[in-house]
Design a protein around this ligand. Structure first.
Ligand SMILES: Nc1nc2c(c(=O)[nH]1)N[C@H]1C(S)=C(S)[C@@H](COP(=O)(O)OP(=O)(O)OC[C@H]3O[C@@H](n4cnc5c(=O)[nH]c(N)nc54)[C@H](O)[C@@H]3O)O[C@H]1N2
Ligand SMILES: Nc1nc2c(c(=O)[nH]1)N[C@H]1C(S)=C(S)[C@@H](COP(=O)(O)OP(=O)(O)OC[C@H]3O[C@@H](n4cnc5c(=O)[nH]c(N)nc54)[C@H](O)[C@@H]3O)O[C@H]1N2
Ligand code: SF4
Ligand SMILES: [Mo]
Length: 902
């Protein structure tokens, strides 16, 4: 293929469900830049910190480029051809299916696959093999939202659109840290608030997040108490006459029963359950009732054993006030992954079928069988994520094919999941990167193409379908996910003696067209859409029926719902507690969630140094009072544990969490710390309707650990493979974490602590890895008696490596020195003398708040000292003037430390 020297390609950001349009710049075969697409209706040219650094992830050193097989569990995998790999998997699958039946195999896929990939996997399982064992990481993410919509509105369709942010008067954000997780939506919220200061923002989150900081009213409810709050709001609105009785009469059913239930949810009772004031409850109800009210919600509602009820209780409020189907209103579930919506559309889950059909519905099964030209689609429901891994553990499922997700990190009760992966007869893993926790469990590894290389479509939170286009060729032997699945399906069909014409696809467009046909007459009907329209007229919302010229911005504008009689159903929601309850032995309620600059298991964001500058290492956040009571200092190492597992991490004081609650980001895994990450502790308990696990709540204990031996090692990192090597040492220390820092190529940093001096051979191994063995050009100071040593590697007058043992106070300063590079006389004197603290006047920059323009917290604080407000900060330091992701945090710093109030 010919690759013109410099060109631009329109595509979509592969991170969150906002679905921003990007323009990728490529030079030859190399992606060299990315910018926001000014014409894309999701972002109009803007990108957040993650989107704007996407081009920095277009490198091959952390990629998996060749198929591999492990012939037996005690051997390492070896490189094989695609033919070898697929034939091996076909043999195994065929034998298992023939001996144990189709339900002995399973597919665990992902909301990060493109719609076309998803469609093929679903058809492969349900249409060819005859098993409904196909579930996805959306079970951990959106399944409660799906269930919430279906039990009330009758269809899985978010009725609102981004533009509604501009029309609403009350934005009700619940269990969503929009500022971090959907930054470009948050930019739109900031703009709307600036344009219309009367617009009220209510945020429901136990934590005082950046999102909560912008709120007019932050309801810091006790974790898991949302249903009580929503029922309480309905109680107040009923009492205050704020309900739309006519709408209730004409367009809904089931209000009387709900009314009975919420009778007892008085502000007093709700204030007690939720730990907030009655006044705040009444205020929120008044704003909600006055409207127009748009609610936005995410994992704080979904990831709960009562996730369906939490969703439905909020939707109840919209139905009771008639706040749906009009501009500025509606229950708007924000999707997490870029294509969680597409996955739902093709029915790629254990209980769903193509075109928003239900597996439980015989007519739906017959329709899909007809479309596919197969005798039938099996009726037995497939296993949902948690059940699927349990069945792998028990041996009921013998082979599992995992694509585009990393369950060894993201599933709850990880020790159980790892035992299950270990027990499987065959684990096939299809991933684009090699740096994941699931990788080591793969018997067969299949290299996938990824962002910048793939082709197809995705659907964002507002039902908008966008084209994803390749800007660079497939690297190594990587294949598109759909291609690998189709090739496998054809081989398997032949082996099983079935028709292989089921998978006659030459390109993604053919798959899209088949999917399109499956939506005919359904709520998401896209029979009027085509690749050609998406190319020429840009991204489009569904439904987009044959003959239409555009999609629908809002649903239910006529008050007719997808229920048999057209009436929406109130769902009778009753508050119940979380699965794990705190007690004397587990006194802390652990919450989990996202960081601004990292993405899930960090296979992609974890190779970009500057994405570590905002939050650099795994920590738990704790309230100052709790720290004081437990004699903990900022940075102390603690063991966090419960009966499922334990973690060793540092603790950090935070004014975002309430007393008796702690927070840990979900991103860190054994790739970056000693331990499995937060999911070692999370319960596998699931919602009984949506089967979504409770990934937000666990009860834990905390103990301080005394680990007197400590070390910090840093090395310039030109190649991501060095992180891979350093990572292998994490397990050797009682506490350890590693990460990247700085900009450009960056620095790899290992922090470790241990109960005693470790084996010198271990340190020698590290030195060898870092090229810092004794004969390297180093400045050294060793004091064996005090157990202190300092090694500073200097190459061509540049400081390129540091290893400090015993005394690590100067680590942050030295990191800055490495960032700047040059060796100074001052550093030379320090390095050779028994000094531990950095030289006077030298301090670290602190965390980087503005990633685009590299502005640190300390620089911002110094400027605030001189009496600055937000515009002055932006003027002087330029922070917050590019992507804007740090603006909420800047506002907070100005509020807390500014002499002039912003
Ligand atoms: N930077 C970044 N952005 C992302 C992602 C990422 O990995 N990184 N992932 C994407 C994906 S897949 C998803 S699903 C979304 C998730 O997006 P969000 O759901 O917005 O993000 P989280 O931080 O997981 O959780 C949101 C909030 O729920 C709160 N919470 C916890 N328990 C409760 C509760 O009982 N009630 C209420 N009301 N709130 C509670 C937490 O304190 C947290 O602030 O983000 C998407 N965007
Ligand atoms: N405790 C706790 N746990 C959670 C959550 C939480 O809030 N708290 N959130 C949950 C949620 S909402 C989600 S969505 C999950 C996410 O959990 P995962 O799905 O495990 O997260 P990722 O790390 O994004 O995994 C995607 C994988 O696909 C690979 N990949 C990237 N592009 C491609 C591609 O094009 N093709 C293929 N084949 N592979 C590719 C990446 O390298 C990566 O390994 O985590 C869940 N787990
Ligand atoms: S908000 Fe950020 S991460 Fe989400 S799609 Fe847009 S650029 Fe990507
Ligand atoms: Mo998600």
């Amino acid at each position: 293929m010919f690759y013109p020297q410099r060109r631009e390609t329109r595509s979509t950001c592969c991170y969150c469900g906002v679905g921003c349009g990007v323009i990728i710049t490529t030079e030859g075969k190399q992606i060299v830049g990315v910018k926001g697409d000014p014409d894309h209706p999701a972002n109009f040219g803007r990108l957040c910190t993650k989107g704007s650094t996407l081009h920095l992830t277009a490198r091959l050193d952390a990629r998996a480029l060749y198929p591999e097989i492990r012939w037996s569990r005690d051997l390492p995998r070896e490189r094989v051809s695609w033919d070898n790999a697929l034939d091996h998997v076909v043999d195994k699958f065929a034998r298992i299916i023939q001996t144990h039946g189709p339900d002995a195999v399973a597919f665990y896929i992902s909301g990060q696959l493109l719609t076309e990939d998803y469609y093929v996997f679903n058809k492969l399982a349900k249409g060819l093999i005859g098993t409904n064992n196909v579930d996805t990481n959306s079970r951990l993410c959106m399944s409660s939202a799906v269930a919430g919509y279906k039990v009330t509105l009758g269809a899985d369709a978010p009725p609102a659109c981004y533009e509604d942010i501009d029309h609403t008067r009350c934005l009700f954000i619940a269990g969503s840290n929009t500022a971090f997780a959907h930054p470009i939506v948050f930019r739109r919220i900031e703009d709307a608030k600036a344009k219309n200061p009367d617009m009220k923002i209510v945020v429901v989150d136990p934590r005082r997040t950046d999102t909560a900081q912008l709120a007019d009213l932050h309801l810091a409810i006790l974790p898991g108490t949302d249903v009580a709050l929503f029922n309480g709001l309905l109680h107040v609105m009923l009492w205050e006459g704020l309900l739309d009785m006519q709408y209730i009469r004409n367009h809904t059913e089931g209000f009387e029963a709900l009314k009975e239930t919420v009778r007892e949810y008085t502000p007093k009772m709700v204030a007690d359950i939720c730990g907030i004031s009655e006044t705040d409850i009444i205020q929120a109800a008044k704003w909600f009732g006055a409207g127009p009210t748009l609610s936005m919600y995410c994992m704080g509602l979904n990831q709960s054993i009562h996730g369906t009820e939490k969703n439905a209780a909020l939707i109840n409020l919209h139905l009771a006030t008639g706040q749906i189907g009009k501009p500025g209103t509606g229950p708007f579930s924000l999707t997490g992954q870029p294509n969680a919506m597409g996955g739902r559309e093709v029915g790629g889950m254990a209980n769903l079928l193509s075109g928003h059909r239900d597996l439980a519905n015989a007519e739906h099964r017959a329709e899909v069988a007809r479309l596919w030209g197969v005798p039938e689609v099996p009726a037995t429901p497939g296993k949902t994520a948690v059940e699927m891994f349990d069945a792998v553990k028990s041996g009921e499922i013998k082979a599992i094919w995992i694509a585009c997700t990393n369950p060894a990190h993201s599933m709850p009760d990880l020790n159980n999941v790892l035992a299950s992966l270990q027990n499987a007869e065959l684990v096939v893993l299809q991933d684009a990167f090699n740096n994941t926790d699931s990788n080591q469990y793969a018997d067969v590894f299949l290299p996938a193409t990824t962002w910048g290389e793939k082709e197809g479509t995705v659907t964002n939170s507002e039902r908008r379908i966008t084209r994803v286009r390749p800007a660079a060729p497939k690297p190594g032997e990587a294949r598109h996910d759909w291609e690998a699945a189709v090739d496998f399906a054809q081989r398997l069909a032949q082996k099983l003696g079935k028709s292989s014409t089921l998978f006659d696809y030459s390109d993604t467009e053919t798959i899209f067209n088949e999917h399109r046909e499956s939506t005919r007459g359904r709520d998401l009907d896209i029979t009027g859409l085509s690749y050609h329209i998406l190319e020429t007229q840009g991204p489009q919302q569904w439904p987009f029926k044959s003959g239409a010229t555009q999609g629908k911005a809002r649903l239910y504008t006529d008050g007719v719902f997808q229920q048999p009689d057209g009436k929406a159903q109130f769902y009778n929601t009753v508050y119940k507690a979380t699965a794990d309850k705190t007690d004397a032995r587990h006194p802390f309620h652990l919450l989990t969630g996202r960081l601004r600059d990292q993405w899930h298991g960090m296979s992609r964001t974890g190779i970009v140094p500057q994405l570590f500058n905002h939050e650099e290492q795994p920590v738990i956040w704790m309230h100052a009072n709790d720290m004081q009571r437990r004699a903990l200092k900022h940075g102390d190492i603690v063991k966090v544990s419960n009966r499922r597992g334990s973690l060793v991490v540092r603790v950090q004081v935070s004014d975002e969490v309430q007393p008796a609650q702690i927070f840990m980001p979900m991103h860190w895994s054994s790739q970056f710390m000693h331990g499995l990450g937060v999911n070692a502790l999370m319960p596998a308990a699931v919602d009984k309707i949506s089967r979504q696990p409770e990934l937000k709540h666990a009860a834990v204990n905390i103990e301080k650990l005394a680990l007197p031996w400590q070390m910090v090692a840093m090395r310039n990192c030109e190649d991501a493979r060095l992180i891979g090597q350093v990572r292998k040492l994490l397990k050797s220390f009682d506490y350890a974490s590693c990460g990247l820092y700085g900009r450009d190529a960056g620095i790899v940093m290992l922090r470790a602590s241990h109960h005693a001096t470790p084996d010198p051979a271990l340190i020698a191994q590290l030195d060898a890895l870092l090229d810092m063995a004794e004969d390297a050009p180093m400045l050294t100071y060793n004091d064996a008696r005090r157990g202190i040593s300092k090694h500073i590697l200097v190459q061509q007058h540049q400081v390129t490596g540091v290893r400090l043992i015993g005394e690590t106070m100067a680590a942050d300063w030295l990191r800055e020195v490495m960032n700047q590079g040059t060796l100074t006389d001052e550093l030379r004197r320090w390095a050779l003398a028994p000094l531990s603290a950095p030289p006077a006047g030298q301090h670290s920059r602190g965390k980087i708040i503005c990633n685009c323009l590299d502005v640190s917290e300390n620089e911002i604080m110094d400027t605030l000292e001189m009496g600055a407000d937000l515009p002055t900060l932006q003027n002087k330091l330029k922070c917050g003037t590019s992507c804007g992701s740090c603006v909420p945090e800047l506002k907070r710093l100005v509020k807390l430390h500014g002499k002039v109030h912003a």
